[in-house]
Design a protein around this ligand. Structure first.
Ligand code: GLU
Length: 289
C-alpha cells in the first residue's frame, strides 16, 4: 500500500467503456478508495481523429453508474497541448530525438529485407534508417515538403542517463513480474514521440501528465507493462519523479482474446440495458459494492 496514494484512470474516448476498461477503473479506484487516497480522471483525447466527445460523456456516465467518484475536475489532454510541446522541446534540446521520414510501409519493407530485423513484443522495431541523417539531408527532405515524425534516439538517451533504470511494480506484469524491475526500453526501441498528424504521442503525454498531476501510483492493465520502461526512461531524461506501478491482468473475452471496443455486447452500456445492475458487474469483476 502507498501512503497518500494518488492514482488515475486514463481512458481514451474512442469507444464505450467495456468490461476490461471498467475493470481498470475499479482496480485503480479500489487501491485508493479505502485508504484516503485520491483518484483522478484523465481523458486521453489527444488523437482528435479517433476520440469523440460522445464517448467521453458515455464513459463518465458509466463510471458514475458503477459508483466511482472523483473529486477533482476531469482533465483532458486536448487542453494541455502546450505542456506536451514544451516537454518535446526539452527532449530535443537534450539531443535525444531525431526526425524520421519513413512511412509505415517503408519500415515494413526494410524489416522484410533484413534477416535480423529487430522485433519487440509489439511487433517490428524501427530499424533506425533515419537515425543518422545529416542536417543537410534533413533540410532537403523538409524542402520537398516531407513531414517527419520525431523519434526517441534510445541509444543516445541511454548514454545520457549513463546507467540502468528500474521501476517498482506492486502488481504483476507478464510472467508474474513484480518488485524492482529492470527497465528494458529496447523492447520498444526508438518510439515515436511526436506523430505527424497530432504532433505528440501517447508516451510523451502520459509522462508529462503523470508528473503534472502528481500521480504517484499508476494502476493499469499489463498490456502497458513494456510501455513503463520507456516512460521511466523519459522521466529520467526529464528529471521527473517515478511513480510506483501496479499492473493488472487483462479481462479476456470468452474466446480468450483481449476485449476491445469492438466487443459492443461487453460494453457497460449494453450490459446495463440488458438488465444487469452495477452491483452485478462489480461482483462479476471481483469488486464489492
Ligand atoms: N489511454 C490509455 C488507454 O486507454 C491508458 C494509458 C495509461 O493508463 O497509461 O489504453
Amino acid at each position: 500500500m502507498i501512503v497518500n496514494a494518488r492514482t488515475r484512470f486514463a481512458p481514451s474516448p474512442t469507444g464505450l467503456l467495456h468490461l476490461g476498461t471498467a475493470f481498470s477503473a475499479l482496480y485503480a479506484y479500489d487501491k485508493v478508495a479505502d485508504v484516503g487516497g485520491q483518484f483522478v480522471l484523465r481523458i486521453e483525447d489527444i488523437d482528435s481523429g479517433r476520440c469523440k466527445p460522445e464517448y467521453e460523456e458515455a464513459i463518465l456516465q458509466d463510471l458514475d453508474w458503477l459508483g466511482l467518484q472523483w473529486e477533482e475536475p476531469v482533465v483532458r489532454q486536448s487542453e494541455h497541448r502546450e505542456t506536451y510541446r514544451e516537454t518535446l522541446r526539452i527532449l530535443e534540446t537534450l539531443g535525444v530525438t531525431y526526425p524520421c521520414f519513413c512511412t509505415r510501409k517503408e519500415i515494413q519493407e526494410e524489416a522484410a529485407r533484413s534477416l535480423h530485423a529487430p522485433h519487440g513484443p509489439e511487433g517490428i522495431l524501427y530499424p533506425g534508417t533515419c537515425r543518422s541523417l545529416s542536417p543537410e539531408q534533413i533540410e532537403q527532405r523538409l524542402a520537398t515538403g516531407d513531414r517527419p515524425v520525431v523519434r526517441l534516439d534510445l541509444a543516445r538517451a541511454r548514454t545520457l542517463i549513463g546507467g540502468e533504470i528500474y521501476f517498482e511494480e506492486i502488481g504483476r506484469g507478464p510472467e508474474g513480474k513484480t518488485g524492482t524491475i529492470l527497465c528494458a526500453p529496447e523492447l520498444l526501441g526508438d518510439i515515436v514521440l511526436a506523430r505527424k498528424d497530432i504532433g505528440v504521442s501517447y508516451h510523451l503525454c502520459v509522462v508529462a501528465d503523470d508528473a503534472r498531476q502528481q500521480i504517484n501510483l499508476v494502476a493499469r492493465g499489463e498490456d502497458l507493462f513494456h510501455a513503463t520502461s520507456i516512460q521511466r526512461l523519459l522521466q529520467e531524461l526529464l528529471g521527473l519523479p517515478a511513480p510506483t506501478y501496479d499492473h493488472h491482468k487483462l479481462i479476456l473475452a470468452a474466446n480468450g482474446r483481449r476485449l476491445s471496443k469492438r466487443d459492443e455486447d461487453q460494453s457497460i452500456r449494453s450490459l446495463r440495458e440488458a438488465g444487469h445492475s452495477a452491483r452485478d458487474i462489480r461482483q462479476q469483476l471481483g469488486f464489492h459494492w
